[in-house]
Structure formats: structure tokens, C-alpha cells
Design a protein around this ligand. Structure first.
Ligand code: 5AD
Ligand code: SF4
Length: 447
């Protein structure tokens, strides 16, 4: 069958969709990039903000016209919103055939094949540990990059930040066996993958059996995994996202510093710079502790870059709380930040409080942080001009056919004229000649 998969939300969802595409192809199905030729449409959804859910529901509703034209078309909603709303989605969207939650994703190939034989509308949600081991397949679209790969190392989250729906829709945190992860990584490297992104809602809690207390200074199964990954031949770079800040103990910081294959870029979600709000968010650190962790990382690796997530307009956030967030963001000097306007999620603890910050104030705070970000990024980018950066060549730039693109270890995008004989996956030394707003421009350094 021709299968169209549309993915919303985070990188974990992207990875789940990729694994499903791999599993479906292994069964002889074909992944198609457009809706028109699809026999099956799958929408992998996100629940983290109300807007994400609305977008997906809007899109799925719009697909009715395809079903009217082609009644045998199978349409399914999977992932976080499927888990959260379950059966009620079938009632709400009459042309929907199935709903499959996050714990049951691995059953998708069987499900759609059975629906082809016998049409039954069904919703399947709830936890299932098999999903952990069953989602290791990979998919390389024709003409897509073969150089970057992703591996999910944990699923679920145990942190219960008060605003967040993830622990409810993705269930308890579970980690894969290290040997399984390493085998998958070796296979990808043998296949030409040069950079692997390790994924989990809280990757740094890898192997801790769901424990949420801050680990002792020398206990970090995640560090052990990074050290083993770094030994894989043919693999040049390792990235990971997202780590909860308090897991950066001495062992983890030292292991990263000792392994240059682990990229000098950390996505370190801050959420707020006000201790009062952090406490209400159930984040187990203060602004000072966050500063201390970022400082330790920077002392161990002076060239490290940071990115972050921040929420504006959490219930009760005052001008003073917001000012503290803004100041801390400027102080750390994040290279990239993702700013979110608070969205109450039914089921999450903070949704029991009134959503007290008016939309216009959220909007205003969002704009202020975006302007700060633009200013910081421009400065950070300009500071790169004249430096020589190690760049992993990815391929021809989508915007300029005569240039190639790649990323620095610090995760900055760079465009360059391709040197003769260059291949995707080559590591190049590139001198930065010019800085744009979000991209660098450079030339290969002649030795
Ligand atoms: N409202 C707004 N932003 C949220 N995030 C998670 N839950 C919410 C919510 N209810 C943000 C956090 C998280 C990122 C993935 O999404 O900043 O790190
Ligand atoms: Fe949500 Fe917090 Fe878990 Fe991140 S750590 S997924 S914000 S509960």
C-alpha cells in the first residue's frame, strides 16, 4: 500500500515516524510524500500545547474530501494526542478509521494490514513495554541524507513538570538495553551514518530505572553509553536531546569533555529564571543551580554552545519573574532558544490553576525574548567570522544549488562552495568568512 505519514511535534515523534516508515517498508509498503496517491494516511500527533492538537485535528478533518473521493482510504491518528483523547477522537472525526496511542505504535503495520482485510473502527491506547524494543527500524528516503541518524534511547518521562502532559501521554520512563543501542548505532555507522542524535524526553536519565533524585557525582549510565558510542568506528559525532539540567554531574561532564566525538552543544531546558516559578513548575533546580551547571560545562569545554526551552506566561508569572528569565537567558548567552507561550493542558497539574496571564502579555513577553534572541544570535554568529570550524558536510544546500551545507560541532549551520571530490559525511575544516542572521558562510581551509 502507499502510505503517507505526517508528523507533528518533537524529534521523538519524528524518530517514531521514521521507525514506522522503516517497519512498513520492510513489509513491502511504500512511503509516499503526498496525500494524493495514499492508500493509508497516518498522522503522528503532539499534545504538548493546545495549538499542536488543533493543527492536527484541523488537518485530519480536512482529509474527509479524500475519503469521499476514495472510500477505501484508511486514515489513522497515532502518538500523543491519540493517547490523550483515545476513543473520543473516533466520535469526533467520523471519517477516522483508527487511533493508536504511544505505547502501541509498534502494532501499526499489523493494524493497517488487518484493516485492509476487514474494516473496523478502533482505538488502542495504554502502556505496553514491547514498544521499547520494537521501534529500532530505520528509513532512508530516496535522495535524503544518509549521514545523520537518530536513535531513541529512552521512552516516557517521570519528572512530572507541573505544566507538562508528556508523562501522561508517553507514560513512565523506560530505558533500552545498552547493547541494543550500540548494535543499532554500529549498524547505522556501517551504513554511512556519521552523526547520531540520541533521543529521549530526558536522555540524561538513561539507565536510571526511573529514579528522579539528582544522581551522585560519579553515577551516570548515560555517560557510560556516550563513552561506548564514541568507540564506534566510522561514527564521527554524537548529539543528544533533551537532558534535564540536574543530571550533569562530574562524571557526565568529564566524559563529554574527554570524548571529542560528543558535540560541544547542549540543549539545556531552562523553562524559567525565577525560583518561585521553577518551584511551581516542579523543576528541581534554582536559577543559581542552573548557572552553576552551565558554568561547569563551560569551564570543562570553553567552546560549548547552549540552547534552551523557556515558557512565558506560566500561571502567576509577574513582570519581576519574567525579568529574571530574560536576564538569565542573556547571561547564559543561549545560541538558540525555543520560547513557548504557556498553554494549560487538561490533566497536567498546573491546569488546575487559572491560566492567569493574559494572552496579550504572553505575546508581549514572547516578542521581547525573540528580539533578545535575534540580537544575541547575530552577535554570536558575527564572533565566528575568521575562525576555523570542523564541519560535517551534509550535501547540496536546499536554497543555493552551487553551495553545500553542513553543521559545526556547536550546531551552527554553514554554507560553503564544495571542494572537489567532497562527499556527504566528510569532515571539513572551514574558515568562516561571513555571518548571516542564522547561517554562516565559509570556505574550506587550504593547508
Ligand atoms: N505550555 C507551553 N509550553 C510547554 N512545554 C511543555 N508543556 C508546555 C505547556 N503546557 C514546552 C517546554 C518543553 C517544550 C518541549 O515544550 O518548554 O521543554
Ligand atoms: Fe515534560 Fe518535564 Fe518530562 Fe520534559 S522533563 S517531558 S518538560 S515532564
Amino acid at each position: 500500500m502507499n502510505i503517507y505519514i505526517k508528523t507533528y511535534g518533537c524529534q521523538m515523534n519524528e524518530r517514531d515516524s521514521e521507525a514506522l516508515a522503516g517497519m512498513l517498508c520492510a513489509r513491502g509498503h511504500k512511503i509516499v510524500p503526498d496525500e494524493d496517491s495514499a492508500d493509508v494516511m497516518i498522522f503522528n500527533t503532539c499534545s504538548v500545547r493546545d495549538q499542536a492538537e488543533r493543527k492536527a485535528v484541523g488537518k485530519v478533518s480536512f482529509m474527509k474530501k479524500y475519503k469521499d473521493r476514495k472510500p477505501e482510504l484508511i486514515i489513522g491518528v497515532i502518538g500523543c494526542m491519540a493517547e490523550r483523547r483515545g476513543e473520543s477522537l473516533l466520535e469526533e472525526i467520523k471519517h477516522l478509521d483508527f487511533v493508536l496511542g504511544t505505547g502501541k505504535l509498534h502494532t501499526l503495520p499489523d493494524l493497517i494490514e488487518s484493516l485492509r482485510e476487514k474494516r473496523l473502527r478502533r482505538a488502542d491506547t495504554g502502556p505496553c513495554n514491547d514498544v521499547l524494543t520494537a521501534m529500532g527500524a530505520h528509513y532512508r528516503p530516496e535522495g535524503g541524507s544518509n549521514v545523520l541518524g537518530q536513535i531513541a534511547i529512552t521512552r516516557g518521562c517521570n519528572r512530572f513538570c507541573s505544566y507538562c502532559i508528556v508523562p501522561y501521554v508517553r507514560g513512565r520512563e523506560i530505558s533500552r538495553e545498552m547493547e541494543d543501542i550500540l548494535a543499532e548505532a554500529r549498524m547505522l555507522a556501517a551504513d554511512g551514518v556519521r552523526e547520531i542524535l540520541l533521543l529521549g524526553q530526558n536522555v540524561a536519565a538513561y539507565g536510571m530505572n526511573g529514579e528522579t533524585a539528582s544522581p551522585a557525582p560519579e553515577y551516570s549510565p548515560f555517560a557510560d553509553l556516550l563513552a561506548e558510542m564514541a568507540k564506534i568506528d566510522g561514527l564521527y559525532r554524537i548529539r543528544y536531546t533533551s537532558p534535564y539540567p540536574t543530571y550533569f554531574n562530574d562524571k557526565l561532564i568529564r566524559t563529554i569533555a574527554e570524548n571529542p566525538k560528543v558535540c560541544r552543544n547542549v540543549h539545556l531546558p531552562l523553562q524559567s529564571g525565577s525560583d518561585r516559578i521553577l518551584k511551581l513548575m516542579n523543576r528541581q533546580y534554582t536559577a543559581d543551580l542552573y548557572r552553576e551547571i552551565a558554568g561547569k560545562l563551560r569551564r570543562a569545554m570553553p567552546d560549548i554552545t547552549f540552547s534552551t526551552d523557556v515558557i512565558v506566561g506560566f500561571p502567576g508569572e509577574t513582570e519581576e519573574d519574567f525579568r529574571m528569565t530574560r536576564d538569565l537567558m542573556n547571561e547564559i548567552g543561549f545560541d538558540q532558544s525555543f520560547i513557548f507561550k504557556y498553554s494549560p493542558r487538561p490533566g497536567a497539574k498546573s491546569a488546575q490553576e487559572p491560566d492567569s496571564v493574559p494572552q496579550s502579555v504572553k505575546e508581549e513577553r514572547d516578542q521581547i525574548l525573540l528580539a533578545d534572541l535575534a540580537e544575541r544570535t547575530a552577535k554570536n554568529m558575527a564572533a565566528q567570522v575568521g575562525t576555523v570550524q570542523e564541519v560535517l558536510a551534509e550535501g547540496v544546500s536546499r536554497r543555493m544549488a552551487e553551495r553545500w551545507t553542513g553543521r559545526t560541532g556547536g550546531n551552527r549551520m554553514i554554507h560553503f562552495p564544495p571542494p572537489e571530490g567532497v562527499r556527504p559525511g566528510d569532515l571539513l575544516q572551514i574558515r568562516v568568512k561571513r555571518a548571516g542572521n542564522v547561517t554562516l558562510y565559509g570556505e574550506v581551509e587550504k593547508d
